[in-house]
Design a protein around this ligand. Structure first.
Ligand code: NAP
Length: 486
């Protein structure tokens, strides 16, 4: 759009992770330079800065888990290790000169809307004014501690995987790991390599698919450096591959579900020799109901002589270890909590208030909702990146953030052209969107008889129940009839 006499917005981005940096880069490309990123910690990277547990990696192919505008010829493996991913984001931050606009160690305490402006106050007692706020705080960043009696009484080292204590040595120790989700499946094989004995406390088994973690030779990487168009092709190829398989499998496409179902069942059958152990590891719910774990090391590791899979429920934790429902004490030196995250907090506990002082907790009540996962009625000029219902079955969140960023830019450009001062979603549009989501959920596997972090308090999956292509199409242009502009 060619805009005459356009005005320039002040934008505050909350969070310097993958999404926050992306939004800043794209805003600048669009000629918007009055940008500040407020970051609560001392470095960029979000998830990849926080999660340093042994074995941390991305289970999305690395060449797909990159910004589309910054392919990376240097990935060492198909599924990149966490520190490589962190290094990639640091490279991007340097190359695109994002660092100078970040205020580190500055958590947003409050964010209030008044007279078409946002006022943000931070932990450093600073105040920022903004025309737009982009909340890029991520989804899984509030560690969930298990509510197990006696947890605080444990006398050994005890930490959550997202807060791994690297000062604790595991060598020859008795280590307990609670949880068997995506994180645990990556961490446990590494812990087993080092520790004396590892007790894995499994409440619910998981479906795992084994996609080998191919390493890339120096020759291959050199070729990619010379021919970056090959990397773009690889990005497109992986995107197509994941979309056509995993993403379709979970939204009710029968053929794709049958395929992934067979892959998971074969993996279990071929990998686990002992029928008793196999039975313990076999889930009783549909493949994909919980997030499908892409992993090639967990089944091997669990069969090592120093590994023990404990399926008796946990009764309590005592200073010496874990006591299971059968009364048995599992003596432990170290207890690792791989118990997941609170996925519905988003930017909270920040004190966020929209029009007429309405608080986000009042607005949401027990139901976290956003129109198009991005816009909240009564919270004008506020964009909730990767909001509720964005996770798209085993898809790259980078691709999702890129699509959302384009949508946000389109609205900001309209503001620049003075088409409005404030934009938010109408209540009716939000309600219609929710009905549309609910309708799509009927076909998905997330209601397939399991508990998972996908489900909210009412048992509704906070996921996108249609295809990736459909999401992209619907996000192409803001539908102004659904938006309230003033
Ligand atoms: P999660 O999938 O929520 O798994 C948490 C685990 O802890 C489950 O096994 C759960 O058992 C168990 N648990 C929780 N509370 C418990 C309790 N009180 N007693 C016993 N067990 C308890 O968490 P996560 O493994 O951290 O993964 C979360 C998400 O992070 C993934 O789904 C994925 O989206 C993302 N992730 C991605 C990657 C990647 O490579 N891209 C890697 C790691 C994580 P139940 O199943 O019985 O609830």
């Amino acid at each position: 759009m060619q805009v005459q006499n356009k005005r320039s917005p002040k934008v505050v981005i909350i969070g310097a992770g993958m999404t926050g940096m992306l939004v800043a880069i794209k805003l600048r490309e669009a000629g918007i330079h009055d940008i500040v990123i407020l970051e609560k910690k001392d470095n960029i990277g979000g998830t990849w800065r926080e999660n340093t547990y042994p074995g941390v990696a991305c289970d999305i192919p690395a060449h797909m888990y990159t910004y589309s505008f910054e392919p990376n010829p240097n990935w060492s493996h198909r599924f990149a290790h966490g520190d490589e991913i962190q290094a990639y984001f640091e490279h991007v931050a340097n190359k695109y000169k994002v660092l100078p606009i970040i205020r580190f160690n500055e958590a947003v305490i409050s964010c209030h809307f008044n007279d078409a402006k946002w006022t943000l106050k931070t932990s450093k007692d600073e105040t920022y004014m903004a025309d737009f706020v982009v909340s890029a705080t991520g989804i899984l960043h509030h560690p969930a501690m298990p509510n197990i009696p006696g947890l605080e009484s444990f006398k050994g080292a005890c930490f959550h995987t997202a807060e791994w204590d690297h000062s604790v040595t595991l060598k020859d120790k008795n280590v307990g790991v609670i949880g068997t989700g995506s994180t645990a499946a990556q961490a446990i094989p590494e812990v087993i390599k080092e520790a004396g004995k590892v007790s894995i406390f499994q409440r619910t088994p998981q479906w795992l698919v084994n996609l080998p973690n191919k390493g890339f030779s120096e020759k291959t990487k050199a070729r990619w450096r010379q021919k970056p168009q090959m990397l773009k092709r690889l990005h497109r190829w992986y995107t197509f591959g994941v979309e056509q398989t995993f993403s379709k499998a979970v939204i009710g496409k029968k053929f794709q579900h049958a395929l992934v179902n067979i892959l998971c069942r074969l993996n279990l059958w071929l990998s686990i020799k002992d029928p008793v152990l196999r039975a313990k590891l076999k889930p009783n719910y549909r493949v994909g109901c919980k997030r499908i774990i892409v992993n090639s090391t967990f089944y091997d590791a669990i069969q090592k002589p120093n590994a023990e899979l404990v399926t008796e429920g946990i009764q309590k934790i005592v200073p010496e270890g874990v006591i299971t429902q059968d009364g048995k004490l599992h003596p432990l030196d170290v207890l690792v909590l791989s118990t997941g995250f609170h996925p519905f907090n988003f930017m909270r506990p920040m004190d966020l208030r929209g029009k007429n002082g309405v608080k986000i907790d009042e607005r949401w009540g027990r139901k976290v909702q956003a129109y198009r996962s991005l816009l909240i009625p009564e919270f004008p000029n506020f964009f909730l990146m990767l909001g509720p219902n964005t996770p798209i079955g085993n898809f790259s969140v980078i691709a999702m953030s890129e699509v959302q960023t384009e949508y946000v830019l389109k609205l900001i450009k309209q503001w620049q052209a003075k088409e409005f001062d404030e934009v938010s979603a109408t209540q009716v549009a939000l309600e219609n969107f929710n009905v549309y989501l609910k309708d799509g959920m009927k076909n998905t596997v997330w209601l397939g008889g399991c508990q998972s972090w996908y489900l909210d308090e009412d048992g509704d999956p906070a996921m996108w129940p249609y295809s990736w292509k459909q999401w992209v199409k619907e996000m192409e242009e803001p539908n102004m009839r659904d938006l309230l502009t003033e």
